[in-house]
Design a protein around this ligand. Structure first.
Ligand SMILES: [Fe+2]
Ligand SMILES: [Fe+2]
Length: 142
């Protein structure tokens, strides 16, 4: 069974690669495809973390402020995704840049603070259970 944190980190690396493609791509159609994949991945990642990651973090008593900041970061990312969906041209690219900054800041906090705290607090088998829940949630998300 995969370690749940490793699955989430793999999502983080994939979305970083997609942001790099969206920014570097000169063909607007290819850039648009990368942006659509970013939006899909971030929506599924949001579902998965709310269904599996954050309930475990709460159950293990992780620092409340860290969780409050995480929920606020997810809400800000979802708001920015709605904005991105309404734009095109240069306004779209600057909204994608702002989305990238929001995601990068939250990913850094998750990987530097939340994940290490979770690894310390988790008992044997819990991160494998997290992995199983993540995979089930992803299947339901489609
Ligand atoms: Fe994440
Ligand atoms: Fe997150």
């Amino acid at each position: 069974m995969p370690d749940g944190i490793a699955l989430l980190e793999a999502d983080h690396r994939l979305v970083e690669a997609l942001f790099a493609t969206a920014v570097d791509e000169r063909d607007p159609v290819a850039a648009g495809i990368a942006i659509a994949r970013i939006a899909d991945l971030l929506r599924t990642h949001d579902d998965v973390e709310h269904a599996a990651l954050y309930p475990l973090a709460v159950a293990l008593g992780l620092e409340r402020d860290l969780l409050v900041r995480s929920f606020a970061a997810h809400a800000a990312v979802q708001d920015q995704l709605q904005l991105v969906a309404t734009l095109e041209g240069p306004a779209l690219l600057s909204a994608v840049d702002a989305l990238h900054a929001l995601v990068a800041r939250h990913v850094e906090e998750e990987e530097q603070q939340l994940f290490p705290a979770l690894r310390t607090a988790a008992e044997p088998g819990m991160l494998d259970e997290l992995g199983a829940r993540i995979l089930r949630t992803r299947q339901r998300a489609g």
